[in-house]
Design a protein around this ligand. Structure first.
Ligand code: GRF
Length: 235
């Protein structure tokens, strides 16, 4: 029996490299999601060109075209409904969403953050990681809740911080991990193998009712295609 692919809309504000990674993943017939549209708040977002080159419908909702945040969000909501979105993937979307909006999409709204949450929420994560002298850094895909860069963790990828790293080299290493992690995490959610309940994420892992947070190293992610593979790498 073929499983229905989930309809995913990606929200971007800039470069769109994570969006591109999701688009590429969804070109695989067995991938459990199809990217049905891309929405931006930034008319100059470079990622729009990538979306269009892939034949995807795009919608630009420039913040300046709306009198206030509720009006902007109402337009976003309408656009998402127009796409018949089941899951919304934030990929470098630089606008905070209201608690009401987040509440309506609870468990269906994902974000990728360039740090191992709960460390380094907010901006400039790579500079701050270097300043803090951490030896391990990475990225996190999490369900979005009302608090910024908060919300139940779906998956994380860790990368080393190497001697001589600067912001550019570290962010490039993390970004490479992001491009592998986000498609994997989105697939987990679209297969209902990771879902948000209360304050946590529940993983439908074989033989377990509940699994704690998962840390997936990029070294493993080639091997991880489904939840059975994932179970091999979790305690
Ligand atoms: C990524 O580092 C992502 O983690 C963060 O914003 C950046 C967006 O990059 N939320 P891109 O637009 O996906 O290239």
């Amino acid at each position: 029996m073929t499983r229905q692919r989930k309809r995913v809309v990606v929200l971007i504000s800039g470069r769109g490299s994570n969006m591109a990674a999701l688009i590429e993943a969804a070109k695989e017939g067995a991938y459990p999601a199809e990217i049905v549209g891309v929405v931006t708040d930034n008319p100059g977002a470079e990622g729009l060109k990538i979306a269009e080159a892939n034949g995807l419908p795009t919608e630009t909702l420039a913040r300046t075209d709306f009198p206030n945040r509720p009006a902007h969000e109402a337009a976003l909501e309408e656009t998402l409904r127009g796409f018949d979105a089941e899951i919304v993937a934030l990929a470098g979307y630089m606008r905070l969403l209201s608690p009401a909006f987040v509440g309506r999409w609870a468990g269906k709204l994902l974000n990728i953050h360039p740090a191992l949450l709960p460390c380094f929420t907010g901006l400039d994560t790579h500079r701050r990681a270097l300043e803090a002298g951490v030896r391990v850094h990475g990225c996190t895909v999490h369900f979005v809740t009302a608090a910024m860069d908060d919300g139940p963790i779906v998956a994380q990828a860790a990368v080393p911080v190497l001697v001589g790293d600067d912001e550019a080299s570290l962010s490039a290493r993390v970004l490479k991990a992001e491009h592998r992690l986000y498609p994997m995490a989105l697939a987990l959610v679209c297969r209902d193998e990771a879902s948000m309940t209360g304050n946590g994420t529940v993983f439908a892992l074989p033989g377990t009712e509940h699994n704690p947070r998962i840390l997936v190293s990029p070294a493993f992610s080639d091997a991880i295609q489904n939840v059975e593979d994932l179970a091999r790498f979790t305690p």
